[in-house]
Design a protein around this ligand. Structure first.
Ligand SMILES: [Zn+2]
Length: 199
């Protein structure tokens, strides 16, 4: 009767310890000049990091294909060390509003990039969630409660589908109504620890 392989469990989610930082290698942001979609990526020529945590210290470049604006970011030096970026609800490097934002269940649903959206959809769509990873680092363990409830499952999945569609758009006129708000993320620079409730 059951033709599915034994390990086919579409509704089961296993947290392998995915960390929000993993998605900071590519961040879609609102362009500071034209209001379209710009991209924040490691500076060309920078070696791939050995550890995900290094992503918070690697030089970045913001570039907009629409208007041509380019900006660079370097980690600040302080007391002989580098001060890394802090992941939050804005772009962690240039502090630009994220391009991938939409209103959902009265809250703001956001993501750094397409892979981030897909990872969230896998988690939110699962009926059974296995938690094995450290709750202090795990992106999924740190998700706000409203995103985890069965009541909001369909709404959040619809919101994530909206973000997937937004990722394909880049014109200033395509900017999400939710991508204007600022100041809802951690404002603190200079700490290596998460503040607030980024996910
Ligand atoms: Zn632009």
């Amino acid at each position: 009767m059951n033709s599915q392989p034994a390990d086919y469990e579409p509704t089961r989610h296993r947290d392998r310890g995915t960390w929000l930082v993993e998605f900071t290698g590519r961040v879609l942001v609102v362009c500071p000049r034209c209001g379209g979609r710009a991209l924040v990526v490691p500076l060309p020529g920078v070696a791939a990091p050995k550890y995900f945590s290094e992503l918070l210290f690697q030089p970045r470049r913001l570039a907009c294909a629409d208007c041509g604006v380019v900006a660079n970011w370097m980690a600040e030096e302080r007391d002989g060390g580098l001060v890394g970026a802090v992941p939050g609800t804005e772009d962690p490097f240039f502090r630009r509003p994220l391009w991938l934002q939409t209103r959902c269940a009265g809250r703001n649903l956001w993501a750094y990039n397409e892979a981030h959206v897909a990872a969230l959809a896998d988690y939110v769509g699962a009926r059974l969630r296995e938690r094995r990873a450290s709750p202090t680092r795990s992106m999924f363990a740190r998700l706000p409660a409203w995103m985890k409830t069965a009541e909001h499952r369909e709404g959040v999945l619809a919101g994530l589908a909206t973000l997937t569609a937004l990722a394909q758009l880049s014109a200033p006129a395509d900017r999400s109504d939710a991508a204007y708000e600022r100041g809802d993320g951690p404002r603190h620079h200079g700490s290596l620890y998460f503040r607030g409730r980024p996910y």
